[in-house]
Design a protein around this ligand. Sequence first.
Ligand code: NAP
Length: 283
Amino acid sequence: MQILKGTDVVAAMNSKLKKELSQLSTPIPHLAIVRIGERPDDLSYERGAKKRMETIGLHCSSYAYPETITNTEFQKIFADLNADQQIDGILLLRPLPKHIDEQAIASLIDPEKDVDGISPINMAKVFAGDSSGFAPCTAEAVIEMLDYTQIPLAGKQAVLVGRSLVVGKPLSMLLLQKNCTVTICHTKTADLSSVCQTADILIACAGRAKMLNQSYIRPQAVVIDVGINLDENNKLCGDVDFESISPVAALATPVPGGVGTVTTSVLAKHLIESAKRRKAEIE
Ligand code: NAP
């Protein structure tokens, strides 16, 4: 089984992005990362995103607020960031504390600066197949990985295990745009292993440690693991039992070091795109 590492995809993407940046006639694109509190997951993602932006040559600033911030105060921050001409992209770290209305905030972010594709307008564009929208970075990272393999996707059976608004649903639309025949599975899917066995391309995005083993895999399937979980020894693992599938699958992505690694390069790609579009609008 071939292992498709995120770092290989990132290297290819970053060199393209650096070239694009060098040809850009706008000020250096600037990402605002908005965070409430100090959740370790958020801090880790923020560090990774900042490092990736710096590596490519992009600017990035943190906007961090205490958990005591009110809904009204937090909403005002987005009005300010939307109006700030120095800011090209806004990344909101989630989940938010319970007293903050996440849906309302997502609707407040200017869709043109919504580089993680959480606003309803960008969601609608992804579902309409309108390429002017930004897809959620994780969903697009899966497509970047598949594109990197150069495996033809048209006509292939793609099965997703997971239907969240962040990963499964938008990714199903992106795969449809690639002319895959798409099946979306969830907790009520009957005989999940039989459905997964129909997959030329199996996407695991359920958030269940190592739930997909060899009995879910069609011989020579391409397996992309989006899951980030902790196993019984508190070690990071995906939704796929990597060792179990390795005699059967043609290719798989590891966890850690797979899809998660590519996500921030997609973020950088969207940031550059946002800066370009905003400049084109001003001219
Ligand atoms: P989520 O909102 O909890 O959604 C999980 C989905 O999987 C739901 O649709 C659920 O079905 C389905 N599911 C759960 N258990 C299942 C089972 N036993 N059989 C079939 N379907 C099952 O999770 P998410 O936010 O989409 O994240 C999914 C995973 O991706 C998590 O491990 C998360 O950490 C990871 N993730 C990774 C990245 C990255 O950058 N790599 C980014 C985001 C998320 P129902 O709808 O029926 O409940």
